[in-house]
Structures are given as C-alpha cells and as structure tokens.
Ligand binder design. Structure first.
Ligand SMILES: Cc1cc2nc3c(=O)[nH]c(=O)nc-3n(C[C@H](O)[C@H](O)[C@H](O)COP(=O)(O)OP(=O)(O)OC[C@H]3O[C@@H](n4cnc5c(N)ncnc54)[C@H](O)[C@@H]3O)c2cc1C
Ligand SMILES: *[C@@H]1O[C@H](CO)[C@@H](O)[C@H](O)[C@H]1NC(C)=O
Ligand SMILES: *[C@@H]1O[C@H](CO)[C@@H](O)[C@H](O)[C@H]1NC(C)=O
Ligand SMILES: *[C@@H]1O[C@H](CO)[C@@H](O)[C@H](O)[C@H]1NC(C)=O
Ligand SMILES: *[C@@H]1O[C@H](CO)[C@@H](O)[C@H](O)[C@H]1NC(C)=O
Ligand SMILES: *[C@@H]1O[C@H](CO)[C@@H](O)[C@H](O)[C@H]1NC(C)=O
Length: 396
C-alpha cells in the first residue's frame, strides 16, 4: 500500500477596492420565475435583482470576487420543501438552478457558471445534532465547518475536514474534504453515512444510502449537480480533551531540506500527527503539526523530523481541538480576487528538480500575497479503495 499523499495548494491574492458589482438588466423570463416561486409558496426570502440591498449582500457572500455571475435571484429556503419548490419552478421554466452553501468555491460555482441562474442559498439551514451513542452528527448543509468543529468538540468528538473553518459544509464535505485529520480518520466524504437530497425531478430522497449509485456519487462528487443536498449524516470520532499544535519555523532557503525530510518520513509519521507546510516568499517556511494528544505525548513522533530538518524555532500550544483548528483563522470573510490551483503529488514526493523549480517559481510570482500550502495526506485516505466512492485522488 502506497503510504502517503501530498496536496499542494497554490494561493494568489490581489485585493482591489471596487464597486463593480452591478448586474445588467432583468433576466429573460424573470417575471415567470418570480410568479412561479410565488405560486409554489416559497416561505423563505427570495431576492431578485431589483431588491438591490439584499441582492448585493447575497452576491458579496462569495469569497472570491474574481469570478462573479449575476443570478436571476437568491432563494433562501427555510426547509427542504422550499428547496423542492425552487427546483420544481426552475425545471418547469428551464432555469439553471444551483446550490450554494458556504460560498467558498474559488471559481464561483455557487453562483452557477453563467448569469441568470437561480441560486438556492442554504445558509439558513444550519442545524447540527450530535448523537453521542451512535457517534454520528446530522448536519444541515448551510453550516460552516467552524460550527461543526465547535459542536463536535463540545461533545468530545472530532470530524476530519478542511483547514479553513469558514468553508461551507455543502460544497466541501460532499466534494472530498481535505484537511487535518485525514490521515487518521479519512476524508470528509469518506465519513458521510447518509444524506437527504432533493433530485432534479423534485423528489426528496430522505436516505441516499438506499440508492447505491447516488450514494457512491455524493461521496466525492456531491457538489457536481446530482441534486441539492440538505442534510448529511456523518461519522464522528471520540478524541482526547487536549490536542497540541506544534509550529516549526525555517528560513526560506531550508525549504528543500524540509520537503526532502517530508519525502523521507511522511509515509511513516504517526497518524495522530497531521502536518502542513506553508511556503511563502516573504515569510518563514513553517511546518504546522496538530497532534491528537498532549505536547509530551507527541514527542516520540516528532523527534526524528526535528532532528533531520533542523528548525530555527519550535513552539507548542496545548488546547482543545476546536481552539487549535480555529485560532488565528480569519473569523470574518476576506473577499478578494483570488486564483488557486491544487495538485496531488505521488508517494515518491517532489523530486529535487521539482523542488528547485518550485522555489524559483515562488520567488518569481508578483502578487499581493502568494502562498503555497502542502498537506501531508494518505494514511486512512489510502486504506479506502479508489472505486469505493467518487473521490478518485487516492494512492498519490
Ligand atoms: C479560503 C478557502 C480555503 C479552502 N480550504 C480548503 C481545504 O483546506 N481543504 C479542501 O478540501 N478544500 C478547501 N477549499 C475548497 C472548498 O472546500 C471548496 O471550494 C468547496 O466546494 C466549498 O464549499 P462551499 O459550500 O463553501 O462553496 P459553495 O461556493 O457554496 O459551493 C461550491 C460548489 O458546491 C456546490 N454545492 C454547495 N452546496 C451544495 C449542496 N448542499 N448540495 C449540492 N451541491 C452543493 C455548489 O453548487 C458549487 O458547485 C477552500 C476554499 C477556500 C475559499
Ligand atoms: C421588483 O420588480 C417586481 C416585478 O417587476 C415588483 O413587483 C417588485 O415590487 C419590485 N421590487 C422592488 C424592491 O422594487
Ligand atoms: C425521481 O427520480 C427518482 C430516482 O430515479 C425516482 O425514484 C422517483 O420516483 C422520481 N420521481 C418522480 C416524481 O418522477
Ligand atoms: C491517538 O488519538 C486517539 C484519539 O484521540 C487516542 O485515543 C490515542 O490514544 C492517540 N494515540 C497516541 C499514540 O497518542
Ligand atoms: C512533560 O514532560 C516533562 C519532562 O518529562 C515533565 O516535566 C512535565 O511535567 C510534563 N508535562 C505534563 C503536562 O505532563
Ligand atoms: C473495486 O475494486 C476491487 C479490486 O480493485 C474489486 O475487487 C471490487 O469488486 C471493486 N468494487 C466495486 C464496487 O466495483
């Protein structure tokens, strides 16, 4: 079994002050969709373009302002029947319809891929129920990961999901969900046990696992348009109260050493230890580890990495897992103009030439911010067969 997997995110930002958000005139058939939504008695707010303040607030919910499309309207369902009725109208009138959960698609997919889509914004569907006995969570898809981290932690559990706590549950967990804790617990989508989903024909499926092909698809490609997922039933894991964050700092020029040590040791690091490398041309290279256990308990699993990679400084912080996952992370959104690419790297790791190229590329990029994040993955992710779910990036 190939033992590890890197994921590399390239992250570029430019931020411009701008008041460019002004949709063109009405969409074709706008009056018909307005009438239909009315006839179907959608209970939650529906914001059309002429409702300027509410509509612009909905648009600005997007994290990335580089790719903006102007929907015909934003529907804010208060329950699954509102979602169902929105779908029925859209289908009847041939409007493209799209779900939006956290608005954290870097390519604006939560607004559809063109103007005049009908957006079903799930933000108000935000209940979370933790069932300690069965070690499951029932989570509505309008939640952010932050709420899921909070509720699971409060009950003594963890759920493996993204590094950014303000990503939406709906797009993230159904599409894979790469982050801390994948090596010990698998991807987010590996831990989906069931789902409620509204299909394009308007049928509410209360238990997606009774439809094996649908259930296969929504674990890895659930954000690709098989329907609008309203709740997810998730496997959650009991953990110790204390977790540890360790930060190892390096000079930028030590980056090739750090990566080669990771190539060498990554596959055998203890699964309770998660490792993320941050590389930026204008900040120290950082290896950030999260360990499920105390700082003392983490020692045996870190020693060799520290010995070989020679960090300039080492800091340990002990806290509960929620605090560790959310501290220092932006609590309000920072909308801007972003471009992000991600790659999977196979178990041989980055070659020496690859590292050299990567370093000079990093130095050459001219942008307000540019960041590279490498996450050591694998472990449980690679224990699951590639054909078991729609998430195909395993054994890398
Ligand atoms: C700052 C930032 C950090 C990130 N960090 C990570 C990370 O650490 N790990 C990682 O794996 N990814 C990360 N991502 C990527 C992120 O997981 C995906 O973009 C994800 O799809 C976002 O989900 P969302 O609900 O917030 O997005 P949205 O823009 O609301 O939706 C994204 C896509 O999912 C679809 N969708 C949303 N909700 C539903 C639903 N309920 N039913 C069906 N389809 C739905 C939308 O139609 C759209 O196509 C990050 C993104 C950002 C902006
Ligand atoms: C928007 O337009 C519709 C139909 O043309 C009208 O009924 C509604 O009152 C308008 N709303 C606002 C806020 O102007
Ligand atoms: C919608 O599709 C599902 C899955 O194929 C099917 O079970 C259901 O009966 C369909 N509903 C309608 C109203 O056709
Ligand atoms: C790993 O984490 C689990 C869950 O918190 C815990 O039960 C176990 O004791 C940990 N193992 C080590 C070696 O720290
Ligand atoms: C950690 O280990 C050191 C040395 O073994 C010991 O002095 C210290 O009390 C331990 N800390 C905790 C919180 O157990
Ligand atoms: C998945 O692949 C394995 C072998 O690689 C095979 O034994 C198994 O039947 C496959 N499962 C499905 C659902 O196709």
């Amino acid at each position: 079994m190939i033992s590890h997997l890197y994921i590399l995110f390239f992250f570029f930002v430019t931020i411009r002050a701008s008041s460019y958000l002004h949709p063109v005139i009405k969409c074709p058939e706008e009056d018909s969709i307005r009438k239909c939504l009315d006839q179907y008695h959608i209970k939650g707010p529906v914001n059309f373009r002429n409702n300027t303040v509410a509509y612009n607030k909905d648009l600005n919910f997007e994290y990335n302002l580089r790719v903006i499309h102007f929907p015909v309207a934003f529907v804010h369902p208060i329950d699954v029947f509102d979602v169902q009725n929105a779908i029925k109208c859209a289908v009847k009138l041939n409007f493209p319809i799209v779900a939006r959960s956290g608005g954290h698609s870097y390519e604006g997919y939560g607004l559809g891929d063109k103007d005049c889509s009908l957006v079903v914004d799930l933000e108000t569907l935000n209940k979370i129920i933790i069932d300690i006995a069965s070690q499951t969570a029932i989570v509505e898809t309008g939640n952010k990961l932050e709420s899921l981290y909070y509720e699971t932690n409060r009950h003594g559990f963890a759920f493996p999901a993204g590094v950014c706590p303000y990503v939406g549950v709906g797009g993230h967990i159904t599409g894979g969900g790469v982050g801390h804790l994948n090596r010990i617990f698998g991807l987010s989508s590996d831990n989906v046990l069931d789902a409620q989903i509204v299909l394009a024909n308007g049928t509410i499926i209360n238990s997606a696992k009774k439809y094996p092909e649908l259930f296969w698809a929504i674990r890895g490609a659930g954000n690709a348009g098989y329907g609008i997922i309203t709740t997810l039933t998730l496997r959650i894991y009991p953990i110790q109260k204390i977790a540890t964050r360790v930060a190892l700092l390096y000079d930028f020029d030590q980056t090739p050493l750090v990566i080669s040590v990771m190539n060498q040791l990554g596959g055998n690091l203890h699964r309770n230890l998660t490792v993320l490398i941050r590389i930026s041309s204008d900040a120290p290279t950082t290896v950030e580890g999260i360990y499920l256990g105390s700082a003392n308990e983490s020692q045996p699993y870190l020693q060799e990495f520290i010995k070989l990679s020679k960090p300039k400084s080492i800091t340990y912080f002990e806290n509960d897992l929620y605090s560790i996952l959310t501290e220092g992370k932006e609590s309000t959104k920072t909308p801007g103009f972003y471009k992000v690419k991600s790659f999977f790297i196979d178990s041989t790791g980055l070659s020496y030439e690859g590292i050299k190229y990567f370093m000079s590329f990093t130095k050459s990029i001219k942008c307000a911010v540019n960041n590279h994040v490498m996450l050591l993955n694998g472990g449980k992710v690679n224990d699951i067969r590639r054909n078991e779910t729609a998430f195909i990036h395993r054994d890398n």
